[in-house]
Design a protein around this ligand. Structure first.
Ligand code: SF4
Length: 423
């Protein structure tokens, strides 16, 4: 979501006459897009703000703006960070652009040495993201996102289609539809309302688009209609980002996730039954308050049984004002780290085995760009692939024969033959 915000900002600032620079010291406007999902992310924001304080001292004319989940109580923030010119709530791109338009003079925007510069890091143009909804109406007890981003607000379908169309017109070939809880899209709109399957159907035929993705799914919201839509629309990638968070029912209940381990297991079985070549990524939190060794073992056992493609593992981090912050954070840092490591090693083994079956096969790869001497791209199942080729293949679909597979990526060589499998 922050990447999508940064990208919209980059486009908006460009239309206001500002160019981008990677050097803060050159920037007329510095915008910090922030995340506080865990304490470590918040610590990074605080660290970055402290270097921006030095920058502001050296360049008092540079405007410093902060956007995102860091912005809760802006009165307190203004007192704590007086060198910041303005704070904006998450995804308030319009607010930032109006502020910049109002506070930077035309002279400031267009100087003798070219357009004024803003410090913006966007994403590669081959892949783009379009939010379908903002906020979240779930009440997971550990989560600060819903407190900072507010309840779910779905965007009108026509607006989403226009945005995807615009991204495709600008060269994006792989568009990800974003929502904190993307499957709940439309539930807050007036009835009869479109759902996520309708959005996928509406954007599927847009010219120029090769692939459509969506994230993040909530296990309690994936419908039969959505599964059927993913199965039938060839440009919709058969990849699900489906956070389980824990494999233990008591922990899931205390997290208020709204499903049991058995229901999650059944959902994975149903996805694999209807879309046999689908890939599934998940998120897990280790060390939630009160998580015992036995409960952690249930998570380990569930992951061992389900053998998912990717597991993003986070150590529980207490977030202010969340219901879980009232519980004692009683799993020691050493135990959290030990549990994280156990799952990390488990997943490296499982993912290595899953990816190993691609060695010798030809896969369709959408080339996103270069990394060093090699091209980098993804398969429909979100597998990262590196290969060498002399020609410029950025933005093209290449057929790559896999010669090596590790848990986190695949390596191959360009093939002139057609792809064998879309995986
Ligand atoms: S569904 Fe996701 S964003 Fe919403 S409250 Fe739960 S963890 Fe937070």
């Amino acid at each position: 979501m922050n990447d999508a915000d940064a990208c919209s900002l980059a486009q908006g600032l460009q239309s206001l006459g500002l160019g981008a620079t990677n050097a803060p010291v050159e920037a007329d406007v510095v915008i910090l897009v922030t995340c506080v999902v865990r304490q470590s992310a918040e610590d990074q924001v605080v660290g970055r703000l402290s270097s921006l304080k030095t920058l502001k001292r050296q360049q008092p004319r540079a405007a410093i703006l902060v956007l995102g989940c860091f912005v809760g109580d802006d009165v307190a923030l203004r007192v704590q960070y007086p060198f910041v010119d303005a704070f904006f709530r998450p995804s308030d791109v319009t607010g930032v652009l109006s502020w910049v338009n109002e506070h930077t003079s035309p002279k400031h925007k267009e100087t003798a040495s070219g357009p004024a510069k803003s410090l913006v890091r966007g994403q590669a143009r081959v892949c783009a993201s379009v939010p379908v909804s903002y906020g979240c109406s779930h009440h997971c007890t550990y989560c600060i996102v819903r407190l900072r981003r507010g309840p779910q607000r779905s965007r009108p379908l026509a607006e989403i289609v226009a945005d995807v169309q615009e991204q495709a017109r600008c060269g994006a070939q792989d568009v990800t539809l974003l929502g904190q809880n993307v499957d709940a899209y439309g539930q807050d709109l007036e009835r009869p309302a479109p759902d996520l399957a309708d959005v996928l159907t509406a954007v599927h035929e847009l010219p120029g688009l090769q692939r459509v993705r969506f994230l993040t799914s909530h296990p309690a919201h994936i419908s039969g209609k959505l599964i059927a839509t993913v199965r039938h629309l060839p440009r919709v990638c058969p990849h699900f980002e489906l956070p389980v968070q824990s494999g233990d029912d008591d922990v899931l209940r205390r997290m208020a996730r709204g499903y049991t381990a058995e229901e999650y297991r059944a959902l994975v079985a149903s996805l694999r039954q209807h879309i046999p070549h689908c890939s599934i990524a998940t998120d897990v939190i280790v060390g939630f308050p009160g998580e015992t060794e036995k409960q952690f073992q249930s998570t380990y056992d569930l992951l061992e049984e389900l053998r998912l493609d990717t597991v993003h593992i986070a150590k529980y981090s207490q977030r202010p004002d969340t219901p879980a912050a009232r519980l004692s954070d009683d799993v020691s840092p050493a135990d959290k780290e030990r549990r994280r490591k156990i799952l990390d090693e488990q997943q490296a083994r499982i993912a290595g085995e899953i990816n190993g079956r691609f060695v010798g096969r030809r896969l369709e790869v959408l080339v996103e760009g270069r990394k060093g001497q090699r091209w980098r791209g993804r398969t429909v199942n979100n597998k990262l692939v590196f290969f060498e080729a002399d020609e410029n293949l950025e933005g093209q679909l290449a057929c790559v024969e896999i010669t090596w597979a590790g848990p986190w990526s695949l390596v191959g060589k360009l093939s002139q033959l057609p792809s064998e499998i879309r995986a």
